[in-house]
Design a protein around this ligand. Structure first.
Ligand code: FAD
Ligand code: SF4
Length: 397
């Protein structure tokens, strides 16, 4: 008689059922599968265990006394890169999609977990296991909404697939790492992106409507290193809105509670991370965490221009000033916001210092959110590295 894995006896939750992490749930998809069996250990919002999982994944946790590791996690290399021939319609230059395609074409993996959108709505996420380059390309560009990427995990076991690439953001990857050994895979590759300030679909609509001149034609947006949100519209035009002009008072409740309590901005448990915030404007930022990540990056190195990462400016004062301003929901008049944007772009933090600016601003905000809304979880939920980062600033009560 063959034994049945205990998780196979578990039942996925109905889509309407309340999730175990309650309002902090990021809809990562784990609870849509029988792997819900492991939710108490695996959920990033119930059992924060970045340090332990770093050790399992990268053979060691980050060196807290190394300033770059404190901020960016375990890594062996960091660089700025861009594709010599960008993929049209990708979020940046398409490094993520290119690596996935290369891994599939060379037979290194049999499938790629990524997220396409539904036919009706370009921002409604639809996780898939892609088995062709076309299916990977159809998943390019960010779906700036909570996405249940792990909801396809049951399909992996059923398909008999043994070598898999998963693309995802931090909360999805934490839960994935916690159940990795149960998936029956011979080899798992993890390609992560940083992630912050995500929203559910209704929240996205509110953000677009309060911020863009034409919410229905936005195909793509990003909070960029020049301290502006860049919207790209269907007709190819670009609209920019300075961060300091955002209607903070109206947007305060837009971000998902999961993202207001997340301290894994840089996707600590991926093998390779591809973002933008530590790189010069127009370039992507790459963090190679371990040998598997290096193997993945090497596959596309001949398609990339690269340059070393740099760092300029001092973020500390700007972060300290932004803490009470955000807390009180201060919105500047547009002329002042534009002026401030121009000044800060000229003299403000650049490269890795910009990335630290963004991490500090979000960690201080999220620490306050946890302290006020979930004080009983604060101690165990905030990782040691985040406590050290937040400890550099004076926070309001
Ligand atoms: P592409 O080749 O266009 O591929 C994008 C990949 O992202 C696709 O494979 C798709 O499967 C995956 N994806 C899309 N939406 C989601 C989603 N909701 N959840 C999980 N996976 C998804 N980088 C920073 O440096 N700083 C940030 O603050 C930051 N915030 C981000 C917020 C979100 C919600 C997301 C999804 C990404 C964020 N990134 C951030 C990463 C950055 O925007 C780019 O995604 C990354 O640089 C890859 O660009 P690319 O052109 O190589 O990707
Ligand atoms: Fe389940 Fe994921 Fe939500 Fe946690 S975040 S409750 S694991 S769906």
């Amino acid at each position: 008689m063959t034994s049945v894995s205990p998780h196979k006896k578990a039942r996925a939750l109905k889509s309407t059922s309340r999730r175990p992490a309650k309002e902090l749930c990021s809809e990562c998809g784990l609870c849509d599968t029988y792997y819900i069996h492991y939710v108490k250990e695996a959920c990033a919002f119930i059992n924060q265990q970045i340090g332990e999982l770093e050790e399992e994944t990268h053979t060691r946790s980050r060196h807290l006394d190394n300033p770059d590791e404190l901020y960016f996690g375990v890594h062996q290399d960091m660089m700025a890169a861009r594709k010599q021939q960008p993929i049209e319609g990708a979020q940046w230059t398409g490094i993520v999609s290119s690596i996935a395609i290369e891994m599939l074409n060379r037979g290194i993996v049999e499938g790629v977990v990524c997220v396409q959108n539904t036919k009706e709505d370009r921002f409604q996420p639809m996780p898939v296991i892609a088995r062709t380059p076309e299916e990977i390309l159809a998943a390019r560009v960010n779906k700036p909404t909570l996405s249940p990427n792990l909801s396809v995990l049951e399909q992996i076991e059923k398909s008999g697939m043994k070598r898999l690439l998963v693309i995802g953001v931090g909360c999805q990857i934490q839960a994935l790492r916690a159940v990795e050994k149960q998936l029956g895979l011979e080899k798992l590759y993890v390609l992560g992106t940083p992630c912050v300030d995500n929203v559910n679909r209704a929240g996205l609509q509110k953000f677009l409507e309060t911020t863009s001149r034409s919410p229905d034609t936005v195909v793509h947006y990003e909070f960029m290193q020049d301290f502006r949100v860049h919207f790209k519209h269907e007709d190819g035009s670009t609209e920019t809105v300075p961060f300091f002009g955002l209607k903070t008072n109206q947007l305060k409740d837009v971000f998902a509670p999961s993202c207001m309590s997340c301290f894994d901005y840089v996707n600590s448990l991926a093998d390779l991370v591809v973002g933008y915030m530590g790189a010069p404007f127009g370039w992507q930022w790459i963090v190679v965490r371990n040998d598997i990540g290096k193997e993945m990056l090497d596959l596309v190195k001949d398609q990339l221009d690269t340059q070393p990462v740099t760092s300029k400016g001092n973020r500390k004062e700007a972060v300290q000033q932004s803490i009470p301003a955000y807390d009180k929901g201060v919105t500047l008049p547009m002329w002042a916001a534009k002026l401030m944007g121009v000044v800060i772009e000229k003299i403000g933090p650049k490269g890795l210092e910009y990335a630290r600016f963004s991490i500090d601003s979000h960690f201080t905000r999220n620490y306050l959110y946890m302290k006020r809304n979930h004080p009983e979880k604060l101690e165990a939920h905030v990782p040691e590295f985040a406590k050290r980062i937040v400890g550099q600033y004076k926070l309001p009560e």
